[in-house]
Design a protein. Structure first.
Lengths: 158, 158
């Protein structure tokens, strides 16, 4: 894989994992059957070094994943424009991986992990919601092969 | 191109253009020479139905664009998790297009448009900054071929 050009902007793997754990949404990049890249925002959960998201039974991103399971997933944490410095302060992480549908106990655990991330105060209602929509929900896993993280401007050396 | 599955979530082209105009950053999705999708956040400006961003003379996204100029660019506007509704309210737009390097007056106009978007109170200092970094800056144009926008949950019908 390509390594990062600006080593001073690279963040440690633990910090990239922190971003993947904490961010509210990320952008999933896939490729369609015709070779066109496609990036869309998604809610997701990071657990056991995998990413999971849920979706409807059909759609553009599912078509793409079925024809080409290689994906990347980008999250942005703190982000602040610095007008007088002609730059932006931000932290971001990119996970590269392979997407596949999750089934059985893994699927159920991922739905509960999503519930716990986004609706921790509504766990019981959420479990009923999951059951109600069980037949029209797919869960997709991204098996992460590599994570990289970046911070800009580079943190001053201590 | 694939059309959107949920027509009730689709937003009008003008609203997608508003998002592209107003958002602070977007995620550029490209494909590397090996077929791996790659999405990263970028500052950018939308002007004359084109997107422009600037970058260093070399790097991963430039390599990708040189081997495959087809890209997509995703922006997210208002975004709010609704814990009790097990969903998220958000608005997003995706522009599909072809990336190429901008030169001459077009390149200069794009740098001024970026300056005006991000550092409107520092135009004179910004012009000096542009001149100082002229030799180590590339400007990339995304010639937009299609824009789509989405809002979720769907706006109630009036």
């Amino acid at each position: 894989m390509t390594t990062m050009r600006r080593k001073d902007k690279e963040i440690a793997a633990e910090e990239a994992v922190r971003l993947l754990t904490e961010c509210e949404y990320g952008v999933l990049s896939t490729i369609d059957a015709d070779g066109q890249p496609y990036g869309i925002p998604l809610n997701y959960v990071y657990t056991d070094h995998q990413l999971y998201f849920h979706c409807a039974l059909s759609g553009h991103k599912l078509d793409n994943i079925q024809s080409n399971p290689r994906v990347s997933f980008c999250v942005v944490g703190h982000c602040k424009v610095l007008p007088s410095r002609f730059g932006t302060e931000y932290e971001s992480a990119v996970a590269f991986g392979v997407a596949s549908e999750a089934h059985g106990p893994e699927r159920h655990a991922a739905l509960l992990a999503l519930l716990s991330k986004y609706s921790a105060d509504y766990m019981e209602e959420g479990k009923a919601y999951i059951q109600k929509h069980d037949a029209d929900t797919r869960v997709i896993k991204i098996s992460i092969t590599r994570i990289s993280g970046k911070i800009s401007p580079a943190k001053p050396k201590p």
